[in-house]
Design a protein around this ligand. Structure first.
Ligand SMILES: NC(=O)c1ccc[n+]([C@@H]2O[C@H](COP(=O)([O-])OP(=O)(O)OC[C@H]3O[C@@H](n4cnc5c(N)ncnc54)[C@H](O)[C@@H]3O)[C@@H](O)[C@H]2O)c1
Length: 371
């Protein structure tokens, strides 16, 4: 198969989908891999390393998109990239379509097969979302404590305190992969940590894991409101796979918080989980907006800030399926690895992921009826 690795174009997105070790394996399997010039530079990988691994370096994104049957990316294509779509092309990347009506329409109109990392499910897990959630959860604490400092517009609090002074309070809504990574980082700092989720089994596991270092609460509107009120840092990581994030943190709750507190909405890539962040993703250049005196951080590509870690972590997870799709073709790949079916969000001019179709008002067509 002909595989294309374009350079990412999102603001401060320095990750790259394929690292040289994987390019080498794809080439050894008989595939052709085109890499856009400079695609790996942000992650510390030179063109010459790709060339040594057997890739062909092309000067422009247009050439990579034009030649490739299978595009291997990191972030959802931006509007400037829609013009490259061609009928029958496969795009394997994060898509987050529930928050992207225009992209969904472009994929459908151009009859592109969109295979989303974030909806490939194995059992109850999302293995291609996991590595970036691990990064984003840790970064949410790192970024949150940065913006709690006065020079960055926060209330001026050292979250871990010092002897004789109370520590700060971190509230984490959603105790999945990102939530647990955030909890671990916040506990490591010595903060006072509360975790809320609707999954009791998960809360039990975390309660056993962290003991008295955290408080767990069942996630109801009342429990969220009471916890958020005196929180210094709120981190939301809720997810209903593929669907728009529920708006759990209301404007009223934000108004009850102290000025200079910080909310990090990790779930922004699924549309945002607070009323203020809905439809307001921010960028690494301008990560914050302020509402009701509270700083809102809603960067949709948090791991893009630490590409040396993120590119390798992401490629470790996603490369398994790029090899499978390239070696078998999509239809056989799905027959042998049925979890891939859940990744296919659009195909042959239809939306094939139910939650996306429902959220965006498209007709849902089951993939098995058109593949
Ligand atoms: N902004 C970024 O750069 C970035 C990076 C990585 C991941 N993410 C996003 O972070 C989110 C979380 O990812 P994850 O891998 O941790 O998912 P996950 O499935 O592991 O965890 C989500 C958790 O939310 C819980 N949840 C669902 N409804 C809830 C409710 N009403 N109240 C409380 N909890 C609820 C689930 O039970 C689950 O434990 C996703 O939207 C993902 O796309 C964003």
């Amino acid at each position: 198969m002909i595989i294309g690795v374009p350079k990412e174009v999102k603001n401060n997105e320095n990750r790259v989908s394929a690292v040289p070790g994987i390019v080498q394996e794809l080439v050894a399997d008989g595939h052709t891999v085109y890499v856009e010039k400079g695609a790996g530079l942000g992650s510390g990988i030179n063109d010459s390393e790709y060339a040594e691994a057997g890739a062909i370096i092309l000067d422009t994104a247009a050439e990579v998109w034009e030649k490739a049957e299978l595009i291997y990316k990191v972030k959802e294509p931006l509007e400037s990239e829609y013009k490259y779509f061609k009928e029958g092309q496969l795009i394997y990347t994060y898509l987050h379509l529930a928050a992207e009506p225009h992209l969904t329409k472009a994929l459908v109109d151009k009859k592109v097969t969109g295979i989303a990392f974030e909806t490939v499910r194995v059992g109850r897990g999302l293995p291609l979302l996991r590595p970036m959630s691990e990064v984003a959860g840790r970064m949410a604490v790192q970024e949150g404590v940065r913006f709690l400092t006065k020079p960055h517009g926060g209330k001026g609090l050292l979250i871990q305190g010092v002897p004789g002074v109370k520590v700060g309070k971190v509230v984490i809504v959603g105790a999945g992969i990102a939530g647990t990574a955030a909890a671990s980082a916040a506990v490591g700092l010595g903060a006072n940590v509360t975790l809320l989720d609707v999954n009791i089994d998960r809360l039990t596991e975390l309660s056993n894991q962290f003991g008295r270092d955290i408080e767990t609460l069942y996630s109801t509107k009342l429990n969220i409101a009471n916890s958020v009120k005196d929180a210094d840092l709120v981190i939301s990581t809720v997810l209903i796979p593929g669907a728009k994030a529920p708006k759990l943190i209301t404007k009223e709750m934000v108004a009850s918080m102290e000025d200079g507190s910080v909310i990090v909405d990790v779930a922004i890539d699924q549309g945002g989980s607070t009323e203020h962040t809905e439809g307001r993703p921010t960028t690494h250049d301008e990560p914050i907006f302020v509402e009701d005196g509270v700083l809102h951080y809603s960067v949709a590509n948090i791991p893009g800030a630490v590409p040396i870690t993120s590119s390798y972590a992401l490629c470790n997870a996603t490369s398994r399926y790029i090899k499978i799709i390239a070696n078998l073709g999509l239809e056989k790949a799905i027959e042998r690895f049925p979890e891939l079916e859940g990744g296919v969000n659009t195909h042959a001019g239809a939306v094939t992921y139910k939650a996306v179709a429902e959220d965006l008002g498209f007709d849902y067509v089951a993939l098995k009826d058109i593949l």
